[in-house]
Design a protein around this ligand. Structure first.
Ligand code: ATP
Length: 201
């Protein structure tokens, strides 16, 4: 079965995804794929042509904070970056989904930030919404150095929370302790494994 994860920024999608991995699920994380892609020489060279060497860190890797500063303050630049990265990231995800199916995989979790507005959702048997209060999300992303305004700016580029909730058929409440979340993840994992998705429309 393939489970897609939705939720606001900092809601705990990665945390929940890791908990599924601890139980034996395979996971696919679009951010990691995008980060790998951004370091590829051809991508890096395009980014340097666009924005100059200032987007590089001293060690020659791409400084993602600088990229974020550019694209989250200029919608056109964001579209340009997305056009460069998204087709490749999508192709990689589709490839990995095929591998999972060819190997008769049991449980795959898709942690894809823009899943709500992507046709990758069609691959999912079930969609999970990870719910955390806005106040908690603000606190949890503070450690990344993001202010509440920065959080809002980034969220403006994603589908609104309510749209994501409507798409989901399961919810995990991550406004409590990690142990409480883990318990919900374990329960959901067991109940989803018991469903024969090949027989479900
Ligand atoms: P993004 O949208 O940026 O990918 P995310 O939804 O994947 O974020 P996480 O990275 O899982 O969110 O969580 C954000 C932060 O909150 C992390 O530092 C994580 O360790 C912490 N966190 C998540 N859930 C809890 C919890 N129940 N209790 C305490 N801290 C938590």
């Amino acid at each position: 079965m393939i489970l897609g994860i939705l939720g606001g920024i900092g809601s705990g999608k990665s945390t929940v995804t890791r908990m599924f991995a601890d139980l034996g699920a395979k996971t696919l994380d679009a951010d990691t794929i995008a980060h790998e892609l951004i370091e590829r020489e051809d991508t890096k060279s395009t980014l340097r042509q666009w924005w100059g060497d200032e987007i590089l860190s001293e060690d020659g890797t791409v400084d993602r904070t600088k990229i974020a500063e550019r694209v989250f303050s200029d919608a056109e630049e964001l579209v340009r970056l997305e056009k460069l990265l998204h087709p490749e990231v999508r192709a990689r995800i589709e490839e990995k989904i095929s591998e999972f199916k060819d190997n008769n995989g049991k449980f795959l979790v898709l942690d894809v930030p823009l899943l709500a507005s992507s046709t990758l959702r069609d691959f999912c048997d079930e969609i999970l919404f990870v719910n955390s209060t806005e106040a908690l999300r603000e606190t949890r992303v503070k450690v990344r150095g993001w202010s509440p305004d920065e959080l809002k700016r980034r969220e403006a580029n994603q589908a609104p929370e309510d749209n994501k909730k409507i798409l989901a058929n399961s919810v995990i409440n991550n406004s409590g302790s990690l142990d409480e979340t883990r318990q919900q993840v374990e329960d959901l994992y067991e109940s989803l494994l018991a469903i024969d998705f090949t027989e479900r429309e």
